[in-house]
Design a protein around this ligand. Structure first.
Ligand code: 9YW
Length: 437
């Protein structure tokens, strides 16, 4: 077998091992449930193996959609082992949650249309039955995906700024990124029920994970949301953390365009039009956030109105959603330049989650510096969408070198290249499989 074939076989094996018959768990022991954006990336990989299995994964996630349109960030499986589990989330307090299965009460970035498009593409090369199943699924579920996008674009962006707000850094998918440091200084946990972290048991070294203070704040926000039964308007009133997330808003733009194309293929121009309105507003919102001083896009603290300038990968949101060619080419240059992918000390030329040139950079601690294969994949996927095959090829080549250790780790040390976090992480295996075709 060639090196690539061996790696692809290893990735497919991880997906088989992490399949519990209903869902693919995000990671074998650290994350034994279905996570929303993980499920999307996992589906991209699954589509390469089996179209029906890929459809089943998205179907299960969609079955947990809330009546508001929100797709929850965790759909819990009937196992213990992760904190906070359903008993801390207490989403049964909300009339909007699904009757079953139990879910968390927040969301994650909207990348699901990319998964849907990957299934349709795989089906095109597959059997007639695959093609029929994929088309029917797009047609039958389109309104649910549309409701998800519209919930983000309206309920989470009441002033239609083009940047939607999040109420917990878990909603960004980048839990402890320096992006959230300033808003978290304004989150001061009060008296709260005690809890025991479960995550530290699954990593070699606690410095690879968020701190205890981070966790107190994370759980404080969960308790605040539960205290108002996850009512969208009430959460906005009581929550200590309200931040416009520029990276996720760029993903909403990209995903809305991709979903609009799918809507066209199943004869739904009405839905396509609504999605393109969301895509344009989000893209404009992202462009308007760019700092003239740094050239990076910025999040915004809704509670104080302040722009948050951090040297994190979130700053490259315009490279995800595209837009003004001048902006995209300036961002591309910065992205490949010496403070980012071109930093001389990086082992592999893929984006570190924080610039090594920045004081907040920490090479081991989760979203504060390590490189995440799924993030590399997103930038490559977005580059393909814009016709920038050169950038997509660079990211693919470097990512496959990084992944050649065969550990399919959650994240990687940007300087040494060492594997970090969980091993055999489903989404890492999935994007490897997609890259290996
Ligand atoms: C946690 C599952 C999730 C990802 C997130 C990542 C982490 C969960 O794992 O969050 O408990 O820390 O930050 O992006 O979806 O892989």
């Amino acid at each position: 077998m060639t090196v690539d074939a061996t790696l692809a076989e290893g990735a497919a094996q991880v997906l088989r091992d992490n399949d519990n018959g209903v869902i693919l768990v995000a990671a074998p022991s650290l994350y034994p449930h279905q996570w929303s954006w993980d499920a999307a990336f996992i589906t991209v990989g699954l589509a390469r193996v089996s179209v029906p299995r890929a459809l089943a994964e998205l179907s299960w996630l969609l079955g947990a959609q809330w009546q508001t349109g929100m797709i929850p960030h965790i759909v819990f499986d009937a196992v213990d082992g992760y904190f906070p589990g359903p008993e801390r989330w207490r989403t049964e307090l909300s009339p909007n949650r699904p009757a079953t299965p139990p879910t968390s009460g927040i969301c994650q970035p909207p990348v699901h249309s990319l998964a849907l498009a990957a299934i349709v593409e795989a089906a095109r090369h597959g059997s007639a039955a695959d093609r029929r199943a994929a088309t029917e699924f797009v047609r039958d579920t389109l309104d649910q995906w549309l409701a998800w996008h519209e919930w983000l674009a309206t309920v989470r962006d009441p002033d239609r700024t083009g940047l939607f707000e999040i109420h917990h850094s878990w909603e960004s998918g980048m839990d402890n990124s320096p992006r959230w440091d300033a808003p978290y200084t304004r989150v001061t946990p009060g008296v709260m029920a005690p809890f025991v972290r479960r995550d530290l048991a699954h990593v070699e070294d606690a410095t690879e994970r968020p701190t205890d203070l981070d966790y107190r704040r994370y759980i404080w926000l969960v308790d605040q949301m539960a205290s108002v039964r996850y009512d969208d308007a009430d959460v906005q009133r009581v929550i200590d953390f309200r931040v416009s997330d520029v990276f996720s808003s760029a993903l909403l733009a990209l995903s809305s365009d991709v979903l609009a194309e799918l809507a066209d293929t199943v004869g739904r121009p009405d839905a396509a039009d609504r999605l393109r309105v969301i895509a344009k507003r989000s893209r404009d919102g992202v462009a308007a956030s760019v700092s003239p001083a740094t050239g990076l896009a910025r999040d915004r603290d809704v509670r104080t109105g302040e722009w948050l300038s951090t040297a994190t990968v979130g700053g490259f949101a315009p490279l995800l959603c595209g837009g003004d060619p001048g902006l995209v080419s300036a961002q591309r240059e910065l992205f490949l330049g010496p403070e980012w992918c071109g930093h001389p000390e990086l082992r592999y030329a893929v984006p570190p989650t924080t610039s090594p040139a920045d004081a907040a950079f920490h090479p081991r601690r989760y979203w504060r510096g390590p490189q995440w294969p799924v993030i590399n994949w997103l930038f490559a996927r977005a580059a393909v969408e814009r016709g920038d095959d050169e950038l997509a090829g660079l990211l693919r080549g470097e990512s496959l070198r990084q992944l050649s250790d065969g550990s399919f780790s959650e994240y990687y040390h940007p300087l040494s290249g060492a594997a970090l976090g969980s091993r055999n992480q489903s989404w890492t295996a999935a994007v490897a499989l997609d890259w290996l075709g």
